[in-house]
Write a new protein. Structure first.
Length: 135
């Protein structure tokens, strides 16, 4: 099933590129990146997700942008780039103040709380988890 989904996103991306539709390319890159993350292909996921981030940035499409930032953070954790992951999560948290998060996006707070806990900032970790519970 993952291969079918990958092929569907790939075809969508090629079609969007042929029509010069950057937002549709960004959605396809996000989908491809998320699938590659699940398949533990972190370097490939990182490239596609960075491409999606650049395309979503400044487009007033906050939900997919937040999803992209969360996936980028997860990819960077897997690549042992904790500082980059933290930066992506902090930006996602800032953007999340203005939207209602989806069920898939709630992980943002868990990931951020884990970072704060690892840094020894337990009070901030608890406050972040409380945001998770309120969503």
């Amino acid at each position: 099933r993952l291969d079918d989904a990958y092929n569907a996103f790939w075809e969508s991306k090629k079609s969007a590129e042929a029509q010069d539709k950057p937002i549709l390319i960004a959605y396809a890159d996000l989908g491809l990146g998320q699938l590659l993350l699940v398949k533990s292909k972190y370097l490939q996921a990182d490239k596609l997700l960075n491409d999606a981030e650049e395309l979503f940035k400044g487009q007033n499409l906050t939900k997919p942008y937040v999803s992209t930032l969360i996936a980028l953070a997860q990819t960077n954790f897997a690549l042992k780039k904790t500082n980059i992951a933290k930066q992506k999560l902090i930006l996602a948290e800032r953007l999340a103040l203005n939207i209602e998060l989806t069920q898939d996006q709630i992980i943002l707070f868990e990931l951020l709380a884990n970072i704060y806990q690892q840094e020894g900032d337990y009070e901030r970790a608890i406050k972040t988890l409380q945001k998770d519970l309120s969503n």
